[in-house]
Write a protein that binds this ligand. Structure first.
Ligand code: SF4
Ligand code: SF4
Length: 240
């Protein structure tokens, strides 16, 4: 029995190393393995990973930095009415790479859809799960703040039935006395004290007259909380 446990542990470690090396080689610079127990404890019943993906043994959180405001913005898809974001397209590509990685090794993946209910369906903010596995901290804007991109990244979760070792993290907020995002928020959604009114924000960013810029082919959301945050080595200042 002991031998079985030891060999299971070493398999877990080697698969964890392998997926991390794979992510690094693929240039996926925002990556962490979430603590599934923490996610199940914190999310609401019915929307926990164990409710949504009962066969999952691990959840990966990964992201894509927004290179500039255009990559963050929305572009109309030719003659069709849909719009897409270059950052989300790249995030989707990264998700496909992970799916293939696990499929080639005989494992399954669950979730990982960018559009539709999948992201909203997870009863836990991805920023919190990402901070919990050491990718950054949750700022006053309720966004994940990373050393490289500040708040300027999109995140995605992908569950798998492969057993991976979770990363530890959850560093304290480094916002200090800064309140720029709260002061500049157009909708008043950043309430302070860790409270964020998502619907209030959406009512602003989804309203075309409030977009920072829009025409029939391209539009950019309010995004003041992304623009004004001083954190992150890569900032949009120069692009603006
Ligand atoms: S996108 Fe604009 S309205 Fe929404 S939270 Fe950020 S600053 Fe506020
Ligand atoms: S703008 Fe300031 S308060 Fe808001 S998340 Fe960034 S560092 Fe924190």
């Amino acid at each position: 029995m002991k031998e079985v446990l030891l060999s299971h542990g070493s398999g877990e470690r080697s698969m964890t190393q392998e997926i991390k090396q794979f992510a690094e080689a693929a240039g996926i610079d925002l990556f962490g393995i979430a603590n599934l127990d923490h996610m199940n404890e914190r999310a609401r019943p019915g929307r926990r990973p164990k409710d949504l993906y009962p066969y999952a043994k691990s959840v990966m959180i990964f992201g894509c930095g927004m290179a500039d405001p255009f990559c963050r913005g929305w572009t109309r898809n030719g003659k069709e009415r849909g719009t897409f974001s270059l950052t989300l397209l790249e995030l989707e590509r990264r998700c496909r790479l992970f799916r293939r990685f696990f499929r080639e090794r005989g494992y399954h993946t669950f979730g990982g859809e960018i559009y539709g209910d999948a992201v909203a369906g997870i009863g836990l903010r991805l920023a919190e799960a990402a901070a919990d596995c050491g990718m950054g901290y949750v700022g006053k804007s309720s966004l994940l703040i990373t050393p490289k991109y500040g708040p300027r990244q999109n995140l995605l979760a992908l569950a798998t039935d492969a057993v991976l070792e979770p990363d530890a993290g959850n560093p304290a907020s480094q916002c200090g006395a800064c309140t720029l995002c709260q002061a500049k928020c157009l909708s008043g959604a950043i309430l302070g004290g860790g409270y964020f009114h998502a619907r209030q924000c959406e009512s602003v960013i989804n309203a075309y007259p409030n977009k920072r810029y829009y025409n029939q082919n391209v539009n950019q959301d309010c995004d003041m909380c992304l623009r004004v945050c001083p954190k992150g080595e890569l900032h949009w200042r120069k692009e603006d």
